[in-house]
Design a protein around this ligand. Structure first.
Ligand code: PLP
Length: 479
């Protein structure tokens, strides 16, 4: 492809995407296909000869497009949102188009510096304490990781390194390998799978502590777990607090967990992958009360802040905790020397290579402005409240727990079996997509506002489909 073809093809792709979004309501959210649909029909080998771009786009429309689950459809209510916006796509296009790497400052100065700037902007928008920001006098700062999973693992590995250093300082003859086997991480039984996985990947025992009846991990429970483990000669090392659990969007009280961690010098990481985004609105900042106790904090900008995957914003209070843990030198990777505090981000993350991810964050922050982001969050929350009203008006259903953010959990009063059947029937019909979780041992359906296109009318469309399927399973509502 030469530059002339790139211009033509690029314009055609932009038109194709704009058409896709303009007509997204014409498609079922779930595809009607069996597993292997593409694998069975695709050629066994890559083409020997180049194909015309027109043919490639045609092939995309005919074979790839039918196999999509439409995450940006207003009838997509599963998991949590994956962010997307035209503004972000423009940033992604620029990032791919210029194709630079940013592992050291000199590898591409703008790549590092724009990340510092956007992470300071976003940190301030979320109301994070100054110590987390690169613009403060201290060693704190923000980095864009690929995912919340990576952020949790990076925090765990840094916590392990920090604890080892501290223990060896007190007892230089201690057996480092033996000490590492005694380290324990703690989180709640409501944590995302990625949190538990960080323990597996980082070789640290991870205890999933029992949450209270509101799905929160309480300070008392954590304190007791520390005491139990210390009595057995184990060493508490890392705690992951969940601000907005994946199941029911519960918030662990940082103001309770923080002092417990501080007392034992244990690293506190906050996984605020979804709900943390709401902190751009002053009225929701209470969910991170106590964040000043945290050592690291992560929010998936690629979930609820209109930036396309991957863009997970992680802040640390002391960047030297990461640098000490991950610094590996080579002659061809010269660190930056500067009066201005400029990070060499390769020491803050797992891979060496790094994309210019801040470009899409920058285009979104500039093209939406803080007000645009706030109104996006508030709009999703008010749409969720509209859904709550519709469900509560139908006597066959219960909404519980009390909804928060853009998530509403509900179930049929007639029992878990019927609720499960309802979800299975809805998935089979392919018009709305939701997933389940459990709350107080009951099976509940999670309904999340995900698409940036969703309107009140779309919520009513989704609800009517749910009510229609409920009518087939249980008596129609008398209301
Ligand atoms: N934490 C929470 C609370 C989540 O809901 C999710 C994903 O939905 C994750 C972490 C994992 O995010 P990622 O896919 O960015 O690793």
């Amino acid at each position: 492809m030469d530059s002339k073809q790139f211009r033509e093809c690029g314009k055609a792709v932009i038109d194709m995407l704009a058409d896709y979004y303009d007509n997204i309501r014409n498609r079922n959210v779930l595809p009607s296909l069996d597993p292997g649909y593409l694998i069975k029909s695709a050629p066994e080998n890559a083409p020997e000869q180049p194909e015309e771009w027109e043919n490639v786009l045609k092939d995309f429309s005919e074979t790839v497009m039918p196999g999509l689950t439409h995450w940006q459809s207003p009838q997509f209510h599963a998991y949590y949102p994956t962010g997307g916006s035209y503004a972000s796509t423009v940033g992604s296009l620029l990032c791919d188009g210029i194709a630079v790497m940013g592992f050291t400052w000199i590898a591409s100065p703008a790549c590092t510096e724009l990340e510092v700037i956007t992470m300071n902007w976003l940190g301030k928008l979320l109301g994070l304490p100054e110590e987390f920001l690169n613009c403060s006098a201290g060693p704190g700062g923000g980095i864009i990781q690929g995912s919340a999973s990576e952020a949790t693992l990076v925090g765990l590995l840094a916590a392990k390194d920090k604890m080892i250093r501290r223990l060896l300082e007190n007892d230089p003859d201690a057996d480092e390998d033996l000490l590492k086997t005694k380290f324990v991480a703690y989180t709640s039984d409501q944590c995302n799978s990625s949190v538990e996985k960080a323990g597996v990947l980082g070789s640290m025992k991870m205890r999933l502590l029992k949450s209270d009846s509101n799905c929160k991990l309480r300070g008392e429970t954590l304190k007791k777990a520390f005491e139990e483990d210390k009595a057995q000669g184990l060493i508490p090392c890392y705690v992951i607090a969940n601000v907005g659990t994946t199941g029911t969007c519960a918030y662990d009280p940082l103001y309770e967990l923080g002092p417990v961690c501080k007392e034992e010098n244990v690293w506190l990481h906050v996984d605020a992958a979804y709900a943390g985004a709401a902190c751009v609105c002053l009225e929701y900042r209470h969910i991170i009360k106590g964040v000043e106790f945290a050592d690291s904090f992560d929010v998936n900008v690629h979930k609820w802040l209109l930036v396309n995957f991957d863009c997970s914003a992680m802040w640390v209070k002391d960047s030297y905790d990461l640098i000490n843990a991950f610094d590996v030198q080579r002659i061809y990777l010269d660190d930056v020397k500067s009066e201005v505090r400029v990070p060499d981000y390769r020491h803050w993350q797992m891979p060496l290579g790094r994309r210019f991810r801040s470009l899409k964050l920058w285009t979104v922050l500039k093209m939406y402005g803080a007000e645009g982001l706030r109104s996006h969050i508030r709009n999703h929350i008010s749409l969720a409240q509209h859904f709550v009203k519709l469900v509560r008006a139908d006597e066959r259903f219960v909404v519980e727990p009390e909804p928060t953010m853009g998530l509403v959990c509900f179930r049929l009063k007639n029992g878990d079996k019927l609720t499960k059947q309802l979800l299975e029937n809805l998935t089979a019909a392919k018009e709305v997509f939701m997933v389940a979780c459990t709350y107080r041992s009951r099976y509940v359906i999670r309904f999340v506002i995900c698409s940036r296109f969703t309107t009140k009318e779309d919520i009513e469309v989704s609800w009517n489909i749910i009510a229609r399927e409920a009518n087939r399973l249980v008596c129609p509502s008398v209301i």
